[in-house]
Design a protein around this ligand. Structure first.
Ligand SMILES: *[C@@H]1O[C@H](CO)[C@@H](O)[C@H](O)[C@H]1NC(C)=O
Ligand SMILES: *[C@@H]1O[C@H](CO)[C@@H](O)[C@H](O)[C@H]1NC(C)=O
Ligand SMILES: *[C@@H]1O[C@H](CO)[C@@H](O)[C@H](O)[C@H]1NC(C)=O
Length: 288
């Protein structure tokens, strides 16, 4: 009825619908949004925002950290790129173009969400956006340190406690111990300094000084502090072990942590050559 009576109305309605549909189909779609996963304090990085324009053109592209805009690219304006001061890093406009932004000198507070917003042209200014997340790592100022309260030289079968400490990072690195190049499990603890907010990681191992750990009278301890992709520092320390005489002449073996039939008194009170030979022989057999 209505259509028959008001053909003009129908026509304009049709046009409007067509326009609306065009508005819907003409869009800009973000195809890639890349934010560095983790960056060290003071370092730089590149943020990437790419798109395809499905019949529409970019009117403006904006980057935000949290709610703060720090970069705007408007291709039809001069200059095309504007940057806005932000507290947690600086933007190098000369190294940035379109959706790619070069940020420098990041602080701990530069961590968080980064949003790229692309708007199409008038009259719709259709907008798409994407968000990425960046973590900023405050690395330790010094290499990890290896410490013990037990005095050297260690004695065989003595129990010793050794710690590895990596100070003042955020977040703390992961620590790994190696004894004579073999990985060794320990207990890791993280202590937070309440005034600086920085974390200190401490890893502790308790070991019995077995002969297999003290070849040549040396216990080699290595500690590695690491952040994936960002940081790797190690430290090494050799602890001397007071080995009874016959261990020094024994050829190196690949024996694992076994207990040897040795007691301190045997060598001090026994002068019998036969008994010593027997002890060495037994030790050799057991070590195999
Ligand atoms: C980085 O920050 C430090 C301290 O805030 C400043 O002295 C230095 O000039 C900055 N470097 C760049 C490249 O912005
Ligand atoms: C905690 O950090 C402050 C500096 O912010 C430093 O003076 C203090 O020695 C630190 N405390 C410990 C236990 O490391
Ligand atoms: C520990 O001793 C081994 C050999 O016994 C040596 O190669 C290494 O350099 C020493 N490491 C340190 C830190 O003294």
């Amino acid at each position: 009825m209505l259509l028959v009576l008001f053909p003009d109305t129908f026509l304009s309605l049709h046009l409007l619908l067509l326009l609306l549909m065009q508005g819907v189909s003409r869009a800009i779609k973000i195809t890639k949004l890349e934010v560095p996963k983790s960056v060290a304090v003071g370092d730089s990085g590149v943020l990437k925002c790419e798109w395809v324009d499905e019949g529409d053109h970019v009117y403006t592209l904006k980057w935000y950290q949290g709610i703060d805009e720090f970069y705007r690219w408007t291709p039809l304006e001069t200059p095309e790129i504007k940057t806005f001061p932000i507290e947690h890093f600086t933007v190098d406009p000369r190294a940035s173009r379109r959706g790619h932004v070069f940020i420098q000198n990041v602080t701990v507070n530069a961590g968080g969400s980064y949003r790229c917003e692309v708007s199409g042209e008038a009259p719709y200014f259709k907008t798409s956006f994407g968000t990425g997340y960046m973590t900023v790592v405050d690395l330790p100022d010094s290499v990890p340190s290896i410490n013990t309260k037990d005095r050297e030289p260690y004695k065989l079968h003595q129990e010793v406690v050794i710690t590895c400490t990596s100070r003042d990072a955020q977040p703390a690195p992961t620590l790994s111990f190696y004894l004579n190049q073999q990985p060794w499990e320990g207990e890791e603890q993280v202590v937070v300094n309440s005034s600086s907010g920085l974390q200190t990681a401490i890893k502790t191992i308790r070991i019995e000084v077995l002969p297999s750990l003290a070849e040549g009278g040396v216990l080699q301890v290595k500690c590695v502090a690491a952040h994936p992709d960002l940081y790797w520092e190690s430290n090494e320390r050799n602890f001397s072990v007071d080995l009874p005489e016959f261990y020094h002449h024994r050829p190196p073996s690949s024996a694992s942590q076994g207990v040897l039939p040795y007691s301190g008194e045997t060598s001090s009170c026994c002068c019998s050559l036969v008994l010593i030979t027997l002890t060495v022989f037994t030790a050799g057999v057991l070590l195999r």
